[in-house]
Write a protein that binds this ligand. Structure first.
Ligand code: ZN
Length: 182
């Protein structure tokens, strides 16, 4: 048997080892934090733009705007897979940038989702709902390990956000989507 003092030391050591507090991951600087006040109505819910969804590269914003990073998530897709609007809004851009098709949709509260590279089936000014067909994916997104990848982006103003927050899967939460009038 261990002497009682040694047993106490061992127990104290075990308690100390298990009492280490888990440090909460701090929110990203400059982003509002708070839970959704209530679930948004069905017309304002967001969905994956590709089915079935398979994330192959996560959002990795650069620490400074001019540094390299990944300003969206990449979703694997089959060749010419259909790309759908993640949420209701208005198409604000459908065209070609640097040889790649880009579609951009403005949503409520200043949020804007972007989809590339796609062959657009919509035009600027079109009103879309969640799930509206925007076009088909093109191959050629840099670093894509699949036949094709949709680069899905989210911005509010000049700030790039993780589009997975729209699905409740990102690392930060946005302010309630129903907080301000359209
Ligand atoms: Zn990408």
């Amino acid at each position: 048997m261990f002497p009682p003092a040694l047993v106490i030391l061992i127990i104290a050591g075990l308690l100390a080892a298990t009492a280490v507090p888990v440090r909460a991951v701090p929110p990203l600087p400059g982003l509002p934090v708070g839970p959704f006040a209530e679930p948004p109505p069905a017309s304002e819910r967001f969905e994956w733009p590709v089915a079935p969804p398979r994330v192959v590269l996560l959002f990795d914003p650069p620490p400074l705007p001019w540094l390299p990073g990944h300003r969206g998530v990449d979703l694997a897709a089959g060749p010419s897979a259909v790309i759908r609007a993640a949420g209701a809004g208005t198409v604000v851009y459908a065209g070609v940038v640097a040889g790649r098709g880009v579609v951009s949709v403005a949503h409520r509260n200043g949020l804007r989702t972007t989809y590339q590279p796609v062959v657009a089936a919509v035009a600027a000014g079109d009103t879309v709902r969640s799930g509206t067909r925007l076009g088909t994916v093109q191959p050629g997104h840099p670093g894509c390990p699949a036949a094709a990848c949709l680069h899905w982006g989210l911005r509010r103003g000049d700030v790039y956000l993780d589009p997975l927050v729209l699905l409740g899967l990102g690392r930060v939460r946005l302010l309630p989507l129903t907080a301000t009038p359209p």
